[in-house]
Design a protein around this ligand. Structure first.
Ligand code: HSE
Length: 411
């Protein structure tokens, strides 16, 4: 039976505000925000100041509050709050992807130890209900890959640059003004945000909890006009893609990187702050989920859905983690990359296996994922842009999994 939910809400930024609106406009839903705790006493907010409290104990020590909703920015503080709430026997809903990705195993253990539930649908791909879908719908099906556009801000920026010829700086400013970007937008454009979401998705797809520092994230921060021109000349667009892929029966690999996509790829047509997730499974084949990946209301709606699930005592069971066919993480694959450089000497510093072709200030070459992970900072600091072509040298990854989900007609 549905129980009365008394919410203690931490944070009242973009998502907190969004949740407040969504909740206020969901008649019949039995959940009250009993207290709101925020950090900054002087920040101007959409509700009167008497609605806010400033110490975490106001919520954590209140026996009437049976659900903590954590929507603050700082991942370290968020972890402290979530940990204490679970230890005190309170269920928690959070949207904090960095906090989950960095403390995944410990958070699962805490839930088991204290018999509480931690739900975080809003952490990954905004309004797309991907986590519960992976947990429930694909609980027994063997997955081959889960991949797509996991960051709304960078997709918004890429759309504005490629479709409307708007500058990178203007597009980023717009993404910030629209409330899509993280307070530190580097997390968006450098692929960190997508990586945190990918780690969570991988945990629910394959039962493997990988540490963020093990996973390659390349971003779009060094994108230049000539990169966009190159893509255009080849009838492609650049998208920032996150993905976890099975490489053989025992291994999976994960990475976030810009990639060229052509018109036959549905991701070519996913614009602005929309996210898209392609799930490839052994029997159901390919399925594509599209929805708004950022913004107060879409993310607030995912939080609301978790609050509602909590009313029915829903818990993640981490089913894949406890299945017999466990897989391990590998970065032993060799993607083909386009690397555009400002100074040619960056090429001397990279261990490139083979060059496929070259132009005035770019090459197409095969390089190991391990090497890209080791030299990531060097590449980023040199101003070079790396874009995956979608080809792989190793026989492991079946290329079509990564590339062609043909839902549109080819031209
Ligand atoms: N900054 C994130 C994005 C917000 O742009 O996708 C949603 O997680």
């Amino acid at each position: 039976m549905r129980k009365q939910i008394n919410i203690g809400l931490f944070g009242f930024g973009c998502v907190g505000n969004g949740l407040y609106d969504v909740l206020s406009n969901s008649p019949g839903f039995k959940a009250d925000i009993k207290k709101i705790v925020v950090k900054n006493k002087h920040k101007k907010r959409s509700l009167p100041p008497e609605k806010f409290l400033y110490h975490k104990s106001e919520i954590l020590d209140d026996p009437d509050i049976n659900l903590v909703v954590e929507l603050i920015d700082n991942a370290t503080d968020a972890f402290e709050i979530v940990k204490e709430a679970l230890q005190k026997g309170k269920n928690v809903v959070t949207a904090n992807k960095k906090m989950i990705a960095e403390n995944f195993s410990e958070l699962v253990e805490l839930q088991q130890k204290y018999g509480c539930s931690l739900l975080y649908e809003a952490s990954s791909c905004g309004s797309i209900p991907i986590l519960r879908t992976l947990e429930e719908y694909y609980d027994n099906e063997l997955l081959n890959s889960v991949s797509g556009i996991f960051n709304g801000s960078s997709n918004y920026i890429l759309t504005k640059i490629q479709n409307e010829n708007i500058s990178y700086e203007t597009a980023l400013k717009q993404a910030q003004e629209l409330g899509f970007a993280e307070s530190n937008p580097k997390l968006d454009v450098e692929g960190y945000d997508a990586k945190y979401k990918l780690i969570i998705v991988a945990g629910h797809s394959f039962g493997v909890f990988i540490k963020p520092e093990q996973v390659l994230n390349l971003g779009i921060q060094n994108l230049q006009k000539q990169d966009v021109e190159y893509a255009k000349q080849n009838h492609k667009k650049i998208r920032l893609i996150a993905g976890v892929y099975k490489t053989d029966k025992k291994h999976i690999t994960l990475f976030v990187a810009p990639r060229f996509v052509d018109k036959n790829d549905p991701l070519y047509h996913v614009d602005n702050e929309y996210n898209a997730v392609t799930v490839e499974a052994a029997f159901s084949d390919k399925q594509l989920f599209i929805g708004k990946g950022a913004g107060g209301h879409p993310t607030g709606s995912a939080v609301l859905s978790d609050i509602s699930a909590n009313a029915y005592d829903y818990k993640y069971e981490y089913k894949k983690r406890f299945q017999s066919h466990q897989v391990e993480y590998t970065n032993d694959i060799e993607p083909e990359i386009y690397i555009r450089y400002n100074h040619k000497n960056i090429l001397d510093k990279l261990e490139i296996s083979s060059v496929s072709s070259f132009g005035t200030n770019y090459i197409l070459a095969y390089i190991s994922l391990k090497e890209l992970l080791n030299k990531k900072e060097l590449i980023n600091q040199s101003g070079s842009l790396v874009v995956f072509t979608g080809n792989f040298k190793t026989p492991y990854i079946k290329q079509p999994s990564l590339l062609h989900v043909s839902l549109t007609n080819s031209e």
